[in-house]
Design a protein around this ligand. Structure first.
Ligand code: PMV
Length: 333
């Protein structure tokens, strides 16, 4: 009844922004990500009669089960698990991330992928990877993709019940070994607007949202093919454009959602200048101010040197394509 899983975070190259079903967490558009090596969540779950209530400890802090944050995320997720598993036993969950939480670094992707996979083990639910991907989706959309390593697509699906909305691997973590993400953490603060609320507001109020959706299919096919051809220019360029389009929808909501800080913008300008000088790199940002620089291994050293010289970056993490979920015997309690 006790099980532990390690799941890597993933960073989207074609973003997921907006749901077609809020309850089932079904996306408006298919999306593509890279599972990262080195940014992970480690989760241990135990279901046991000795617990008279659920306990959730995240990064050393016990979350109050009556808090909104707990109920909307973990509480709701456990409810879904209990409905599927038909098991009411209470659980203790201990989870930790080795990178800043809720700061726009896909901590919920790693967290819910690890939680879905460890719950499946602990309760002996017998779900296969596709089913774990769909279960993780119910916790956080981006978690759907973290089940697999390498480059992954979350298919939006068409069915109202969501049974065709899950992730599929495009290429595994060994396929493109010199692809790198240099993650520049420009602020360690938790974001003010979670992606869930941000998406809802965007759908309701941004006049740009329709344009965003119209442009997705083309981005998906270019990035999919670019990955399979290992064509860095195509993937980097399209991922950067896609990120800017997503942020354009955020910026034009009412009230505006601007996740960037001054250093985010400095980095964007610098990366464009470096590119003009022949140092090929592209940027992507999610629901937060962190800048993830896409580049090839041969340019990492120079890029890191230049980022450090600029200052204003709290933490630098260099990541390559990483593995999917891994069951471990290393229990956290
Ligand atoms: O799954 P969520 O609610 O964490 O939303 C993820 C949204 C973005 O990170 C901005 C884009 C993405 O596809 O990961």
């Amino acid at each position: 009844m006790k099980s532990s899983v390690i799941a890597n975070a993933n960073i989207a190259l074609v973003k997921y922004w907006g749901k077609r079903d809020d309850k089932l967490i079904l996306p408006q558009n298919s999306n593509i990500s890279m599972t990262t090596d080195g940014l992970f969540a480690h989760t241990t779950v135990e279901f046991d009669k000795k617990y008279d209530k659920d306990i959730f400890v995240l990064n050393g802090q016990t979350l109050d089960p009556s808090s909104g944050a707990y109920q909307e995320y973990v509480g709701q997720f456990l409810k879904i698990v209990r409905e599927i598993a038909k098991d009411k036993t209470k659980a203790k969950i201990v989870s930790k991330n080795n990178f800043p939480t809720a700061a726009g670094l896909a901590s919920s992707a790693a967290g819910f992928a690890a939680l879905a996979a460890s719950v499946n083990e602990a309760l002996g639910m017998g779900l296969n990877e596709k089913q774990i991907s769909m279960l993780a989706r119910r916790g956080s959309g981006s978690a759907t993709r973290s089940i697999y390593g390498g480059f992954v697509e979350w298919k939006k699906g068409k069915k109202p019940d969501g049974t065709d909305s899950y992730a599929e691997q495009i290429a595994d973590e060994k396929f493109w070994p010199d692809f790198r993400l240099v993650v520049c953490v420009t602020s360690l603060k938790e974001k003010k607007i979670k992606s869930r609320a941000g998406m809802t507001q965007t759908l309701k109020t941004s006049p740009m949202y329709e344009g965003w959706l119209k442009s997705i299919d083309s981005d998906l096919s270019v990035v999919r093919k670019g990955i399979l051809d290992r064509n860095f220019t195509e993937v980097g360029k399209t991922a950067e454009e896609n990120c800017l389009k997503m942020h354009a929808t955020m910026i034009t909501t009412k009230p505006a959602i601007i996740y960037w800080n001054a250093q985010t913008i400095n980095l964007m300008h610098s990366i464009m200048d470096w590119r003009d000088e022949g140092l090929e790199s592209y940027f992507t940002m999610d629901a937060g101010p962190q800048v993830k620089i896409m580049c090839l291994e041969k340019n990492v050293k120079e890029i890191v040197k230049r980022v450090k010289a600029m200052g204003g970056v709290e933490q630098l993490i260099i990541s390559k394509p990483g593995e999917g979920i891994k069951v471990t015997k290393d229990h956290l309690f």
